[in-house]
Design a protein around this ligand. Structure first.
Ligand SMILES: Nc1ncnc2c1ncn2[C@@H]1O[C@H](COP(=O)(O)OP(=O)(O)OP(=O)(O)O)[C@@H](O)[C@H]1O
Length: 129
């Protein structure tokens, strides 16, 4: 939360915000199987990019897609946590909508990323044969 501790120096606050963000990423890696799958897929895509010697523009596109998926998955996890915290195991159609829409956002980005990945790598596969 902004301005929660006015006595902390700006430098310390800046450093702490990195530590908290890193803690959020680590807890998502530990708790979310989908996030781990996306991380593994990202590593495989990077290895494929090195193997096929893709262009600078293709690297930029790939990193935008990888970063987008991981960031969206983190936001989706945050939505799930807030819903679970508020609902305390109670059922509500709006809680379902919130979770399903968050998951849908990730799915849309994954589908687009797969299509772009195919457009980048399929021509390279045919050239290599
Ligand atoms: N409190 C709730 N009220 C209504 N529907 C819910 C609630 N919690 C989860 N759901 C719905 O139940 C289904 C499964 O949810 P669940 O929480 O098990 O998985 P998730 O959070 O969507 O994803 P993950 O696999 O990452 O845990 C989803 O359709 C979700 O929208």
């Amino acid at each position: 939360m902004a301005c929660i501790d006015p006595f902390k120096s700006n430098g310390k606050r800046f450093f702490h915000s990195f530590v908290f963000a890193w803690q959020g990423i680590i807890s998502t890696v530990k708790s979310e199987r989908n996030f781990r799958i996306h991380l593994l897929a990202s590593v495989l895509v990077i290895i494929a990019g090195i193997y096929f010697r893709i262009s600078l523009l293709e690297w930029i596109i790939l990193f935008l897609l990888i970063g987008g998926i991981l960031a969206l998955e983190l936001i989706n996890t945050a939505i799930e946590c807030v819903v679970d915290l508020v609902m305390q195991k109670k059922y509500h159609p709006l809680a379902k909508t919130a979770k399903d829409v968050g998951a849908g956002a990730v799915l849309v980005y994954v589908i687009i990323s797969v299509i772009i990945g195919i457009l980048i790598f399929i021509p390279k596969l045919t050239i290599h044969q």
